[in-house]
Each structure stands twice: as structure tokens, then as C-alpha cells.
Design a binder for this molecule. Structure first.
Ligand SMILES: NC(=O)c1ccc[n+]([C@@H]2O[C@H](COP(=O)([O-])OP(=O)(O)OC[C@H]3O[C@@H](n4cnc5c(N)ncnc54)[C@H](O)[C@@H]3O)[C@@H](O)[C@H]2O)c1
Length: 307
């Protein structure tokens, strides 16, 4: 028992590059900013990629633009992951095409900017279903296909909002805290079956999700620093493939600060307001940059995401 634990501890610090060639990788939210970059990176290394997304146009564009190495076969599967029947159809289609899943990436997510007091019940429920329940449905229904792999992995894109409270995004934080708790627990439950479960916890990342939040004036606290790029998050995802572990943080310094602050949660109500001004300025600076870049445009006097 002790020898096995020591062997596992050694494996935690040893990096052995993940061999993507020939692997079947399923990425939910694969049409989005982070998912599409991960897809490109793993496809270039020889994996077959299944892009799962509710956005048909973007999903097809991403899948058809992926590099095809060797016998790799990519495809886009359109599904609304809030519907368990859609997930069952997804797994049936993957079974027919590939017969297994080597890496499942639970990455689809939404962030609603509206403040808690004006949210209706349906919108609160939907954010939880997309961010917390659907990754659990997908993982549950993928288990048979994962068991058919000789090295099955599950990675979930959580968020720093999964370990740190933010008053401007109550429901998003709750949904990501829930996702982190479930995935950490699942890592223990699935370990005896050889399925390795990891979470990646990004902070603000320059994707359509964050751009929308900047336009709508959502969570300002997250703009203490300029947002990172999707590639920064992808590096952390690849690092958990290279060196499987429970959690990885794309921005280690920021995550250490946040984790240290959570040792004294009772101080947060007093301390967090000190960061509000910098967050608001950061959000405005980001919005100006998005307009300069043409990622945000003015239509009829209102700011909108460029198509
Ligand atoms: N961008 C950030 O600042 C940030 C920070 C921390 C964590 N995250 C997390 O990263 C993940 C990826 O987000 P992103 O930043 O790439 O945003 P994104 O909006 O570019 O991508 C999210 C994708 O999920 C898809 N999606 C949403 N709901 C779905 C549903 N019901 N069924 C199927 N697909 C659905 C969307 O169509 C979209 O393509 C999310 O889980 C998000 O919560 C993002």
C-alpha cells in the first residue's frame, strides 16, 4: 500500500508527454474560444477530435479546419448538453465511429452577467444545468466508452470562480464550485477503474464569453490583470495530460493568492471591495481594446459582439 502511494507520488512530479496520436478526444464547447484552441493543438499532434457544441455553424467550421494527421478523423456533433437525450445520441454516434473515448473534456459553459436580484428562476436553473449538471450527465453517459480506452481521462474546465466567491456572479460561482466538488470527488470514485479525472481552473480568458461579459458589465472583479489567452489555458490542459493530477491553474501566481485568501474567508467581505476600482478600470480597458480590435462593434448605438 505504502509502496503504491510512493509510486503514485513520484508519478505526480514526473512529466511524461501525452501521446495524442491515435487518441479519441471529445471536447464539449469545442466551438468556443478555449475548446477550439485545445482541439487544434491535439489534432496537430495526431488525435481524432469530436467537437460537441450547440452552435452548429461554429462547430462545423472548427471541425473542418482542424489539421488531419495520419488516420485521424474529426467531426462536429451538434448537441444541446442540457438535454440528456442529446447526450445519449452523442455517445451512440461516438460508439459507432470510434468505439471508445480516450479523453473527455467537459468544457461547455455559460456565464450570465445579470445580477442575482433580477434573475428569474429558469435562468438560474439553466446556468446550473449547463455548468454543473451537464458535465456530470456527459461523464456518466461516457463511462462505458471511457472504460474501452487503455488510458482514459476526464478533464473539466472549471474556473477560479470555482474556488473564490464573487458577488457579481453568484450563480456562475455556485455552478463552478459545484462542478469542482463533483469532479474532485469523481476522481476518487473512478480511480479504481483507471479513469483519471482532472480540473483546470482558468481566470479571465479572452474568448467570446468574456467579451460578452465586458459589454454587459458583468463580473468586474476578474479584471485585476489583462485577460490571458486561450492558449494559456490550453497549456494547463496539456500539462494535466502530460502529468495527470487533480487540478491545474493556468496562472499559478494568481491562483496562489486566491487560495491563500480562502484560508481566511471571514476577511473577504472587508478586503474584496478594495479591489473593485481596479477591476472596473481593467474591464473598461479591455472593452476599449476589444473595440480597437474590432471584436466588439457598435450597432444602433449599442455595443455588440462582432459575428
Ligand atoms: N473565458 C473565461 O474568462 C473563462 C474563465 C474561466 C473558466 N471559463 C470556462 O471555460 C469554458 C469554455 O469557455 P470559453 O471561454 O471558451 O467560452 P466560449 O463562449 O467561447 O465557449 C463556450 C462554448 O460552450 C458552448 N455551449 C454553451 N452552452 C452549451 C450547451 N448547452 N450545449 C452545448 N454547447 C454549449 C457554446 O456554444 C460555446 O461554443 C467554460 O466552461 C467557461 O465557464 C472561461
Amino acid at each position: 500500500m505504502i509502496t503504491r502511494s510512493l509510486r503514485e507520488l513520484r508519478a505526480l512530479v514526473r512529466r511524461s508527454p501525452f501521446k495524442a496520436a491515435g487518441r479519441v478526444v471529445v471536447i464539449t464547447g469545442g466551438a468556443g474560444g478555449i475548446g477550439s484552441r485545445l482541439a487544434e493543438r491535439l489534432a496537430a499532434a495526431g488525435a481524432s477530435i469530436v467537437i460537441v457544441d450547440r452552435d452548429e455553424q461554429r462547430a462545423s467550421a472548427v471541425a473542418s479546419g482542424l489539421p488531419r494527421v495520419g488516420k485521424a478523423q474529426h467531426y462536429a456533433h451538434v448537441a444541446d448538453l442540457t438535454d440528456p437525450q442529446n447526450i445519449e445520441s452523442l455517445m451512440a454516434a461516438i460508439d459507432v465511429r470510434y468505439g471508445r473515448i480516450d479523453v473527455l473534456v467537459n468544457n461547455a459553459g455559460i456565464a450570465v452577467s445579470e445580477r442575482f436580484a433580477s434573475r428569474d428562476v429558469a435562468s438560474i436553473e439553466n446556468e446550473f444545468v449547463v455548468n454543473t449538471l451537464s458535465p456530470l450527465y456527459v461523464t456518466r453517459l461516457a463511462l462505458d466508452l471511457l472504460r474501452s480506452s487503455d488510458d482514459p481521462r476526464v478533464i473539466s474546465t472549471v474556473s477560479l470562480s470555482g474556488i473564490f466567491p464573487q458577488g457579481e456572479s453568484v450563480v456562475y460561482c455556485g455552478s463552478k464550485f459545484g462542478l469542482r466538488g463533483a469532479m474532485l470527488s469523481l476522481a476518487f470514485d473512478l480511480k479504481p477503474q483507471g479513469i483519471k479525472v482532472s480540473c483546470v481552473l482558468p481566470s479571465a480568458t479572452d474568448t467570446r464569453m468574456l467579451r460578452r461579459e465586458a459589454i454587459e458589465g458583468g463580473n468586474t472583479l476578474q479584471f485585476q490583470n489583462p485577460p490571458q489567452t486561450p492558449d494559456d489555458v490550453v497549456r494547463a490542459m496539456i500539462s494535466v495530460l502530460d502529468r495527470p493530477r487533480l487540478e491545474a491553474y493556468p496562472k499559478p501566481s494568481e491562483s496562489r493568492l486566491v487560495r491563500a485568501a480562502m484560508i481566511f474567508p471571514n476577511l473577504l467581505l472587508t478586503l474584496l471591495p478594495l479591489f473593485e476600482g481596479k477591476g472596473e478600470q481593467g474591464q473598461q480597458a479591455y472593452l476599449r481594446k476589444l473595440i480597437e480590435r474590432g471584436d466588439v462593434v457598435e450597432v444602433d448605438g449599442r455595443l455588440e459582439l462582432a459575428p
